[in-house]
Unconditional design. Structure first.
Length: 239
């Protein structure tokens, strides 16, 4: 998959990582970039084609795919966080997380899969998280949804291989964006993350680990709960 000359569709493209994806795509030579947002008037990157899309509204998703029949690269970036804690938050907050990250991502992927297939296969990128692999009680709803989205991504990777569509998962910790404004500690630059993800697509990678914390957590997976949750034994949390 080459970014140069590609036609891309980015969800959540009006701010944060999504906006940086749009900029990085043009920098890498993309021929056209559809910038999807609930309010397309908020898309500000010059040259982008604003598209109204709400990934939790299936009719909106179908309309977006009908408008963008020339797409060769889909980037499922749109997301949100309710900061739903495991013991105290309303269960509706958990439903919102799953409707957005799991069902919404799947709806976009299903709608654009035949488009990608007709256009030679292309590629699909799902923006996941280090919290796909490890959870924290104060944001358990987001982590649970991202973990389920990771599973959906793996299934899509296998299902779309026959039509030649490459599926890449992007894992990253906190980003220096509005969504993580209240979080202290190190944050990755969203522009660097977008460029790393696109480089991973061109390299044919199944997964892109965009920061050190994602690499650390993935390396701890074989060790099970003892390594993933050292705080259970008096240690410091990995995230």
């Amino acid at each position: 998959m080459k970014i140069d000359g590609s036609v891309a569709f980015v969800t959540g493209a009006n701010r944060g990582l999504g906006e940086q994806f749009v900029k990085a795509l043009f920098e890498a030579g993309a021929a056209k970039v559809y910038a999807g947002a609930r309010d397309p008037a908020k898309v500000t990157v010059p040259g982008a084609v604003p598209v109204a899309v709400d990934i939790t509204d299936h009719e909106s998703v179908r309309a977006a795919s009908a408008q963008a029949q020339d797409v060769t690269l889909l980037i499922n970036n749109a997301g949100s966080t309710t900061r739903a804690g495991i013991l105290t938050s309303d269960l509706d907050a958990f439903r919102t997380e799953f409707e957005t990250h799991v069902v919404g991502t799947l709806a976009m992927s299903r709608a654009f899969a035949p488009v990608l297939g007709r256009n030679g296969g292309g590629a699909l990128v799902n923006v996941l998280s280090v919290l796909s692999w490890v959870s924290i009680p104060v944001s358990a709803g987001y982590a649970a949804a991202k973990s389920a989205e990771w599973s959906v991504t793996n299934a899509l990777r296998v299902a779309l291989a026959e039509q030649g569509t490459q599926v890449t998962a992007l894992h990253v910790g906190y980003l220096a964006t509005e969504m993580a404004a209240m979080v202290s500690g190190p944050k990755a630059d969203p522009g660097d993350v977008a460029r790393a993800a696109l480089a991973g697509v061109e390299a044919g990678l199944h997964e892109v680990l965009a920061d050190e914390v994602s690499k650390q957590v993935q390396a701890a997976l074989p060790g099970g709960p003892g390594e993933l949750y050292p705080q259970l034994y008096g240690g410091q949390s990995l995230v």
